[in-house]
Design a protein around this ligand. Structure first.
Ligand code: FPP
Length: 228
């Protein structure tokens, strides 16, 4: 049976979910918070070490300003209101992505939650915020240019300079909402991840859906390029 240490999720389908209800897209994002909380708690209770969720991509800035502004306000509110979820469930919070583009107050809220939950050990929940895999790799390379020593293993060096340094590679990557693409998410870390695409729209995605996917994942043959 395959071990699942790092689960990554592309939470897609909020906008379509809202449209189906005849509501604005922002309503879908709000409902997406409930799914995010339920999945996170389930992962904490089921001994998954890392859960990385794509919350805002480097490309999402090009959405209408009203939606971007809403997502920024929602993120701040989420980090404040959900504090109890992290404390009660022993969840460590970590952000990946380039935080420099966020306003100082939001950045401060992100860093405070990271600091206050750094000692928790049930689950590390990683939110990808202003994250793009190409941007992450480019930032890692820029840092390496300052430090590179002769004879070092370049793949190891790049891994150690990514936002995810110290975390295991992704074992299972799930995208909800029916689209079948990676959208610039964890491209380096998912090199040998098993991929699953669920038609369920993110606000409707429950731990039961996730359990079904994990059961299939556990039976997949992972070869990592070898012959078995
Ligand atoms: C994709 O759905 C979703 C996003 C770009 C935002 C993800 C946000 C959440 C799941 C809520 C939790 C977020 C935070 C910030 C804590 P979409 O808008 O692309 O949906 P569509 O494909 O149906 O248009």
């Amino acid at each position: 049976m395959n071990a699942l240490r790092h689960l990554a999720i592309i939470m897609d389908g909020n906008g379509r979910w809202a449209k189906l209800q005849g509501k604005p897209r922002t309503h879908g994002h709000q409902q997406g918070i409930n799914a995010l909380r339920n999945i996170t708690i389930w992962c904490a209770q089921n001994h998954i070490a890392y859960l990385t969720l794509y919350a805002f991509s480097t490309e999402n800035w090009s959405r209408p300003k009203t939606e971007v502004d809403f997502l920024m306000r929602m993120l701040k509110k989420y980090l404040i209101q959900e504090r109890s979820t992290y404390l009660e469930n022993e969840i460590r919070f970590k952000a990946i992505g380039n935080l420099e583009r966020f306003n100082p107050s939001l950045r401060q809220t992100i860093l405070a939650l990271e600091k206050d939950t750094a000692h928790h050990s049930a689950l590390t929940q990683v939110l990808a915020l202003n994250y793009g895999a190409r941007d992450e790799i480019a930032r890692a390379c820029a840092r390496i240019l300052h430090h590179k020593k002769e004879g070092t293993d370049m793949q190891e060096l790049i891994g150690a300079h990514l936002d995810t340094a110290g975390m295991p590679d992704v074992d299972l990557l799930v995208r909800t909402g029916g689209e079948m693409r990676l959208s610039n998410f964890l491209l380096w870390q998912s090199s040998y991840a098993e991929l699953f695409f669920s038609p369920v729209l993110w606000p409707d995605f429950t731990p039961a859906h996730l359990q079904e996917i994990i059961a299939l994942f556990e039976r997949r043959e992972r070869k990592f390029g070898r012959l078995i």
